[in-house]
Design a binder for this molecule. Structure first.
Ligand code: FAD
Length: 545
């Protein structure tokens, strides 16, 4: 009798919905909109105080998208597309956040979201065929389907350096930048890290600070953004035939409509290669330079090396001090095997008298002390330390909900002990009615994520509606399908150069993280075809009950 009473109490207090959506970023917002249109009841659960996800948290100076904003937008509603105009080729974080707020208002989504509410645990109840979610704020949630739209780059990596607590000055993380901004004028600032966020913020921090010391472990390839108005050639392509432009993006390799190159590097003369490269450099577009030079640049070591050398030449020309230029030049990975960065004055910033680069490969950090940072060689006193040390990418936010308990009491952490195992990057065997948006095993961070997010959300919501209409209550991938997907993932990654780089794509940036390439390298368009084929072949690889 006691047990029965407790169970009914729990049922009484839990919020009952068809679907729980964790996260209110690009993915969570679109999910809530689509679920409502499909007639499924849903609640959004979001740790932050408002919508925006990435664009809510990352408020550091210089934060911008680095896929052109006309491509990094929702495309599901043509009226939304014409109701919003971007002011720049690469919009700033405040503008993207305003856009996501505009979307939330336009489709009236905020009312369905519980903000400042973190999901802490999730458990599949086999009898009820429902997920029970525990939160740190308010009622638990009972849902038929549990969708993690928790983001690929949303769990900041904790600092690996001893002594942060001893430091008497100010400490900031680019991924958790204070809403009111930070006054760095006249201060001695340290930035630790030289990834995308650092490369965007360093030029602006250098303009404010009395002195800036940058601590670099691994240099990245950075390309000029040439920000400004959206380029007229891209705008005219979009405006000439918007639906065709969007469709081409969906079928493309990276989620941006560029044609496939067929000419390989050795078919071109030196002069022709240089001409293509200079055109790409002037375009200021990551996807252009990653895909439009020659067909072998991402799959062949020699074809890639030509690009690397041309970029290294640019770095040498931009940085006056040869020693600093050498330290800033990457030699440990093929171009594109690690996410390249877009910069605005990044390399030129090292020509300023108030900027110093510390090369941690030669001079590792020993500790953070009360007054600053000490390396093997010296102690550098600073007032402010900025950690631009990146994220526990792709799996960090998923694993932070702990435990996620599936069928038979199995925990996702255990199932993923040797690395993430998924079917299509969307689902996991043993975890019925559980979905991840842009999860490990999908193109995700190797794509324009706006396109990948819309594809995942459409696929998942369409499946949930079809399941309901056919009278099924559960969906789960088979073990065979999951093993097959992992095999296919491995095969695809062997034909790219990703295998030659240790990066956050492979988990190498987080100590103790299992190593393995997490995103699917087969391309956005081919991936979409596979997902569609799974459906047209009667939900191939899934078990429905
Ligand atoms: P997010 O925007 O990360 O949202 C996930 C949300 O889930 C967060 O708000 C988080 O608080 C919440 N959450 C997580 N766990 C829990 C929990 N347990 N309980 C409750 N809430 C939780 N991609 C591109 O394609 N182009 C770009 O130019 C680009 N620029 C970027 C720049 C920066 C600085 C960063 C960090 C990322 C960038 N990205 C870019 C990737 C970007 O993350 C995606 O494009 C997109 O914003 C992801 O949306 P999302 O909704 O999937 O996840």
């Amino acid at each position: 009798a006691m047990v029965a009473t407790r169970a009914s109490d729990e049922r009484g207090t839990a919020q009952q919905v068809d679907v729980a959506v964790v996260g209110a970023g690009f993915a969570g917002l679109y999910l809530l909109h689509r679920l409502r249109k499909a007639g499924l009841s849903a609640v959004g659960l979001e740790e932050a105080g408002d919508v925006g996800g990435t664009w809510y948290w990352n408020r550091y100076p210089g934060a911008r998208c680095d896929i052109q904003t006309i491509d990094y937008s929702y495309t599901f509603d043509p009226e939304l597309e014409t109701a919003w105009t971007w002011s720049e080729k690469y919009a700033t974080q405040p503008e993207i956040l305003r856009y996501l707020g505009f979307v939330a208002d336009r489709y009236d989504l905020r009312g369905d979201i519980r903000f400042r509410t973190k999901v802490t645990e999730a458990k599949w109840d086999e009898k009820a065929e429902r997920w029970q979610l525990t939160t740190d704020n308010g009622a638990p949630v009972s849902c038929r389907h549990y969708i993690m739209a928790t983001g690929c780059l949303s769990a900041p990596k904790p600092p690996e350096i001893d002594g942060v607590k001893d430091f008497k000055g100010e400490v900031y993380f680019t991924g958790r930048w204070p809403h009111g901004g930070v006054n760095l004028a006249g201060k001695r600032v340290a930035v630790i890290g030289t990834g995308s966020s650092a490369i965007q913020s360093i030029p602006l921090i250098a303009e404010q600070a009395a002195h800036l010391t940058v601590f670099q472990r691994t240099p990245n390839f950075a390309l000029p953004a040439h920000n400004g108005p959206a380029p007229s050639d891209r705008m005219s392509l979009l405006q000439a035939d918007r639906p065709a432009y969007r469709e081409q993006a969906r079928q493309s390799m990276a989620g941006v409509p560029y044609p496939q190159q067929t000419v390989v590097s050795w078919q071109l003369s030196d002069a022709e290669r240089r001409e293509r490269f200079e055109r790409a450099w002037a375009a200021g577009d990551l996807v252009h330079i990653l895909t439009q030079l020659w067909a072998d640049q991402a799959v062949d070591v020699d074809g890639n090396k030509i690009v690397q050398d041309l970029i290294r030449e640019k770095i040498r020309a931009a940085v006056k001090d040869p020693e600093t230029a050498a330290a800033l030049t990457p030699h440990d990975h093929p171009f594109g095997a690690k996410r390249p960065c877009l910069d605005t004055n990044y390399y030129a910033t090292y020509n300023r008298p108030n900027v110093t680069l510390v090369n941690l490969r030669q001079e590792p950090i020993k500790a953070i002390t009360a007054s600053g940072i000490s390396t093997n060689g010296r102690s550098i006193d600073v007032d402010v330390i900025v950690f631009a040390t990146g994220f526990d990418a792709m799996t960090g936010a998923i694993r932070a909900v702990h435990p996620i308990t599936g069928r038979g009491g199995k925990s996702l952490t255990d199932v993923w002990a040797q690395g993430p195992q998924t079917y299509l990057g969307l689902t996991v065997e043993g975890f019925p009615n559980f979905f991840m948006i842009t999860g490990p095993g999908s193109p995700s961070v190797l794509s324009n994520m706006a396109v990948s997010i819309e594809q995942h959300v459409d696929w998942v919501v369409d499946r949930l509606a079809a399941l309901r209409d056919a009278g099924f209550t559960t969906i789960e991938p088979t073990e065979t399908a999951q093993a097959g997907w992992n095999r296919h993932m491995a095969d695809c990654s062997m034909v790219t150069l990703h295998r030659l780089a240790n990066t956050w794509y492979t988990g190498a940036n987080v100590p103790g993280k299992v190593q393995g390439l997490m995103p699917y390298t087969g391309g956005v368009g081919p991936y979409r075809s596979i997902c569609d084929e799974v459906v047209s072949r009667g939900m191939l690889g899934f078990k429905l009950t």
